[in-house]
Design a protein around this ligand. Structure first.
Ligand SMILES: Cc1cc2nc3c(=O)[nH]c(=O)nc-3n(C[C@H](O)[C@H](O)[C@H](O)COP(=O)(O)OP(=O)(O)OC[C@H]3O[C@@H](n4cnc5c(N)ncnc54)[C@H](O)[C@@H]3O)c2cc1C
Length: 386
């Protein structure tokens, strides 16, 4: 069986690594001239780490483990704490923040020479009567496979064509995101924080080697010009915040290291392809980064698709294996998408409990909620195989 993958992001490369591991022939076509270097870091939760482990990819030496996730007010007071270490221990896989580039390099190194093809932009997919499909590239060349997977991200050309759908719309929020060294004890800690206020949200996660991944979620609407001086715009917008860690990020941020990401949303459809074609990752389910599940869901997809294609029946009937993959992934991906799209769960103000001295939810309830959420969005942690 020959699998043709479009897109060498987290999802496409993880899929290829898993297929290589199982001895299935695969080629990956990426439109970029090199692997993506921007995009800061990724919070990998136990489901993403478990999927990688099943695909034969260890990440224990990358980035920095996260033990606690705090929600704070603008003065830096902790209003809610999630015991991530306990959740990691429960599932047996440690949550961590990793620089995106380090994860892409790790996945790329799992691939033999000749699997990854750069500077190859897919412009269309053709389904053939003999059950194969061809990918058409912008230079007019084609590549034919028994299975074609669109792992081409949020603006997926493959999705637009297979599902006959317009590209996703921008939402009402956007993130300014960076990964930089931070002269602060936070950089060497294991605490991730989300500081909330009227102006938006600031997330800070240590990512190893003195690096910190940080982002500001701000209100946005289509058509607004994107500033070339985001550092000064953010310093002005969040000037009234006194959370010392947010202040440190704002003071040290440089415009050249900040990237802009409008939040996008696509409906998670029941079927992700036709015949022997399917989608994976953001191409199948783009949603706002509120619960940091996008890449984790792409890794879950990769694990489920490798599992489905490894079945002895897949060789004779690849389309059957693809529909089983879509069926098992649909619900968890839809839950992750729905939860992350509630205008950003970190922006929802939970009602204060009417108990003197107790603010918001008790930490244990939040920890249990978050553990339950991870189970609900995961196949790999709950043993649901296609
Ligand atoms: C600000 C922000 C913060 C985030 N933080 C987290 C986090 O902490 N944890 C988490 O799990 N997720 C996070 N995400 C989500 C995560 O980045 C995505 O869900 C994830 O990258 C999806 O992986 P993918 O492989 O599906 O797509 P991508 O990573 O987008 O890769 C798609 C690849 O396809 C290539 N491509 C596109 N079109 C074509 C074409 N026509 N032909 C050939 N190649 C093509 C692209 O160049 C790219 O390399 C965040 C997202 C944002 C915006």
């Amino acid at each position: 069986m020959r699998v043709v993958v479009i897109g060498a992001g987290v999802g496409g490369l993880a899929l290829a690594a898993g297929l290589v591991e199982r001895g299935i022939e695969v080629e990956v076509h990426e439109r970029g001239q090199r692997l993506r270097t921007g995009g800061a870091g990724l919070g990998l939760y136990p489901n993403g780490v478990a999927a990688l482990s099943e695909l034969g990819v260890a990440v224990e030496d990358l980035g920095r483990p996260i033990d606690v996730l705090e929600r704070r007010d603008t003065k830096g007071r902790v209003t809610l704490g999630i015991d991530v270490a306990r959740i990691s221990e429960h599932f047996g896989f440690i949550a961590r923040t990793v620089p995106r580039r380090a994860l892409l390099d790790r996945l790329h190194h799992r691939l033999p020479e000749g699997v990854l093809h750069l500077d190859r932009e897919c412009v269309g997919v053709r389904l053939h009567a003999d059950g194969t499909s061809s990918v058409v590239f912008s230079d007019g060349t084609r590549s034919t496979g028994d299975v074609v997977v669109g792992a081409d991200g949020a603006g997926s050309v493959v999705r637009t064509q297979l599902l006959d759908e317009a590209p996703p719309e921008m939402g009402r929020w956007a993130s300014w995101q960076g990964l930089s060294t931070l002269d602060s004890p936070r950089a060497s800690g294991r605490v991730a924080s989300l500081t909330q206020g009227r102006q938006g949200t600031c997330g800070i996660m240590p990512a190893g080697n003195g690096l910190v991944q940080w982002w500001f979620d701000v209100r946005w609407r289509r058509g607004l010009p994107v500033t070339e001086e985001p550092a000064s715009v953010l310093r002005e917008l969040f000037a009234s915040w006194s959370d010392p860690d947010v202040r440190a990020v704002l003071e040290q941020a440089e415009s050249s290291e900040i990237n802009f990401f409008p939040h996008l949303n696509t409906r998670v459809r029941g079927s992700w392809g036709q015949d022997n074609t399917t989608l994976l990752g953001d191409a199948a389910h783009t949603f706002p980064p509120a619960t940091a599940q996008g890449a984790n869901q792409a890794l879950e997809d990769a694990w489920a698709l490798v599992t489905a294609l490894s079945d002895s029946g897949a060789r004779a009937d690849p389309a059957w294996a693809l529909r089983r993959y879509e069926e098992v992934r649909h619900r968890p991906a839809a839950v992750a998408s729905f939860t992350s799209s509630l205008n950003g769960v970190q922006r929802i103000r939970l009602p204060r409990l009417p108990i003197r001295g107790m603010r918001d939810l008790p930490g244990d309830t939040a920890t249990r909620w978050f553990g339950g959420y991870l189970s609900a969005v995961s196949n790999v942690l709950t043993g649901q195989r296609p």
